[in-house]
Design a protein around this ligand. Structure first.
Ligand code: BTN
Length: 145
């Protein structure tokens, strides 16, 4: 018993220190992706709903790029341990397209936050016969600005 108590104390401190040092990934802030696009997420509310703006570096159109609004949702389930999944929609203000991103907010081995995402870009088609070519798919990796 005399030896068990200090052992338990050390174990408790070690576990406590670990949980204190585990960095959580937060979506709030400014991000840049591998294409050079910038994304700003302003606030995430208690339900995990968030909004922000997206400034894409590229476009599938010949239109002039404009900053566009985004809305998203962050997973807030009970099993959430600081690297949450999320989805977001960008409603492009300079084209008829919509992009949906799905991804996860990770903390890498260096303690850096990183968003790994996949997206679907739906372009507007004038005719249902062209529906087959309406959707592009890709991946983007975001790091903090
Ligand atoms: C459009 O061209 O109609 C709107 C702009 C689409 C930009 C796409 S969305 C997926 C990919 N990631 C980016 O940061 N930009 C492109």
């Amino acid at each position: 018993m005399v030896q068990t108590t200090p052992f338990l104390l050390v174990l408790f401190l070690a576990l406590g220190a670990h949980s204190v040092s585990v960095k959580k990934c937060s979506l709030t802030g400014r991000w840049v992706n591998d294409l050079g696009s910038n994304m700003t997420i302003t606030t995430v509310n208690a339900n995990g709903d968030f909004s922000g703006t997206y400034h894409t570096a590229v476009t599938a159109t010949s239109n002039q790029i404009k900053v566009s609004p985004l809305q998203g949702s962050l997973q807030k389930g009970p099993n959430q341990k600081g690297q949450p999944t999320f989805g977001l929609t960008v409603n492009w203000s300079f084209s008829d397209s919509i992009t949906v991103f799905t991804g996860q907010c990770f903390v890498d081995d260096d303690g850096k936050e990183i968003l790994k995402t996949m997206w679907l870009l739906r372009s507007h088609m004038d005719n249902i016969k062209n529906d087959w070519k309406a959707t592009r798919v890709g991946t983007n990796v975001f790091t903090r600005l």
